[in-house]
Design a protein around this ligand. Sequence first.
Ligand SMILES: [Zn+2]
Length: 309
Amino acid sequence: MMSGFSRSYAARPLAGAVLLTVGLTTAACGTGSATDASASGKPQVIAAFYPLQWLSEQVGGPDAQVSVLTAPGVEPHDLELTIKQVTDLKDAALTVYIKGVQPAVDDAVEPDTSFDAATAVTTLPAGEHAEEEEHEHADVPYDPHLWLDPSRLASVAAKLGERMATADAAHAQGYRDRATKTAATLNDLDQEFGRGLASCRTKTLVTAHEAFGYLADRYKLKQVGITLDPESEPSPARLSEVAKLAKTEGVTTIFTESLVSPKVAEVLASQVGARTAVLDPLESKPSGDYVSAMRDNLKTLQTALGCTA
Ligand SMILES: [Zn+2]
């Protein structure tokens, strides 16, 4: 029954001057936004980028109005906020983000009305060659791409349910129930990944953008990133190092992603006689939703790694 959640708020502009802040019954500061309630009267939840938008929609259901800061097709890491978005963040009932993904968002969130999903999981350290390269995730000591492990995202769902229940106490039970249901969906997906990747010819995952550390950690794969920063060129030394490794580990596929030019991956693939395939880091809205895009990723991985499941 995913169809009930298929409404996309992505294309909808943030609710502008008609924001309603939960629990605020009088317009305290004279902006008029609290008296000028939005048509829905629902708490405004702002998600920083797609997987958090999906999660917020699942957990918020009909009780919350969810919008997203990062438009579809936009690489989220170097997002810059408009003045209006910064204002909206101040007025929102809750902002859902991951510290370390988007510096502009990290700077703009309100501590009391924001939920950092990284606080809900055990994080992994940043990539091992982090110090050698300039990259956008360098401001936190951990790898922020935690949404690519469905079991960790299930933990985030549970915590998000609690945060939404606190922010909008009148609908607390609904948030908790949907959080439980969403976590169950994600744990089922985790089981599918576990079974699907249990027995593979190679466990080495060579990716253009080092975004799959959590997925690799969870399913005992070994991620080798050509570069940490999707927009930087790897050094020739790094390229030949990865090429050598790919040959030793019997790698047949170099993974690219849809938002980033596949050039580097293609060069490497031709060097080692491999092909390229797209593995979606879900940093932008996929054609389906989180679950269907992750299932596509699983199929891609099974083919590329030669898994028999
Ligand atoms: Zn990333």
